[in-house]
Design a protein around this ligand. Structure first.
Ligand code: DAH
Length: 350
């Protein structure tokens, strides 16, 4: 049956279907249903065939207007739904940085940081600077004279076997080595400045040995040298104890044991409770419960003689701490090799 009332009904139903579609997919379905070949609108078009020409033209015009209106409605609804779906997608995929922790932000923007050994060197320097020491530096390649002879270790001295040495092939006249300890910088300092001297010297050292839980072929020491009037072994022991509690805290104990170094007399070894096993004995401390952190002693008069300081007027003490070893004990790191491997999963913890 054809008539304006019927047309109005078709238009109302179709418009309802289009505006109530809640997604682009639902809208596409509604468009097919109300504008497609099987729609009420299409069948009304087909019914025009039974009308006489005058009526057919008038009804055809109305149907054409209805279709144009419905198509505009569908386009408008489509634009609104597309905008809404896009906004929803952006919202879903948004990275909300206000909800991530500092650590996650670090990993997102990959901010760098100082290596644990550098952090430790700086902390050790701070402790010694607070005690009145200045900070000095020296070369990593040394002549045999600085690394050994001036330190009272002449060629063929049996104590040389304490340091497995890398030799640099630079030809004559002097033998040049990668320094096996920071002690040669003591000699440079005493040559360059008159006492009193209160200095610490951090730096990299090299030994020809295989890395294990406690040893690295490239490692770091902080050397200490004090030369002044009336310096005694008690000053040395007090300095070591003050340092130990300042750096490790009051619950880590240290002890001094008699030792031997050619450049100090008397000499001692500084040990602290092994933090890995808390003193019970483990692989890191070779079962002893103690870990050696430093060598120390009173500057040997033969060393003063090598640099022209009068041992009748001046006395002094010296020490050499392993920086890597300090980091290892402070942060309870069972195997020192991780300090040389640059694995960011380890390093980013510090
Ligand atoms: N240079 C020694 C070493 O590497 C450590 C050391 C011992 C340094 C005694 C000193 C010292 O200054 O007095 O094994």
């Amino acid at each position: 049956m054809i008539g304006t009332a019927r047309f109005a009904e078709i238009e109302r139903d179709a418009a309802d279907a289009l505006v109530s579609a809640t997604s682009l997919a639902a809208l596409a379905e509604a468009q097919t249903a109300v504008l497609g070949r099987r729609s009420a609108l299409a069948s009304a078009h087909r019914d025009l065939a039974g009308l006489d020409p005058e009526e057919r033209r008038a009804a055809g015009k109305i149907l054409h207007e209805i279709r144009t209106h419905l198509e505009a409605l569908a386009a408008e609804r489509g634009a609104a739904l597309a905008a809404r779906e896009r906004a929803e997608m952006l919202d879903r995929d948004r990275l909300d940085l206000t909800e991530v922790t500092d650590d996650e932000v670090c990993s997102v923007i990959r901010r760098g940081r100082l290596h644990l050994v550098d952090q430790t060197r700086r902390e050790l320097e701070d402790v010694f600077v607070a005690m009145g020491f200045t900070v000095a530096e020296g070369p990593e390649a040394e002549t045999d004279w600085y690394n050994f002879e001036a330190l009272n270790i002449p060629p063929a001295h049996p104590a040389r076997s304490m340091w497995d040495t890398f030799y640099l092939d630079l030809g004559q006249p002097e033998t040049v080595v990668l320094r096996t300890h920071t002690s040669p910088v003591q000699v440079h300092l005493m040559e360059e400045q008159a006492p009193p001297i209160h200095a610490v010297i951090p730096g990299r050292c090299y030994r020809r040995e295989t890395a294990d839980a406690r040893h690295l072929p490239v490692f770091h020491q902080v050397e200490g040298l004090v030369v002044d009037h009336g310096i005694t072994f008690a000053d040395l022991a007090g300095t070591i104890e003050t340092f130990t509690t300042a750096y490790f805290g009051a619950d880590i104990h240290s002890r001094l044991r008699p030792g031997y170094f050619p450049f100090t007399e008397p000499s001692a070894e500084v040990e602290v409770t092994c933090t890995i096993c808390r003193g019970k004995g483990c692989r890191t401390c070779s079962g002893t419960g103690w870990v050696e952190l430093a060598g120390c002693g009173m500057v040997d008069p033969a060393v003063f003689a090598a640099v022209g300081i009068d041992p009748e007027e001046w006395t002094g003490f010296a020490f050499g701490f392993g920086i890597d070893r300090c980091a290892q004990m402070r942060h309870v790191i069972a195997d020192s090799r991780v300090l040389g491997e640059n694995d960011v999963r380890f390093l980013r913890q510090f």
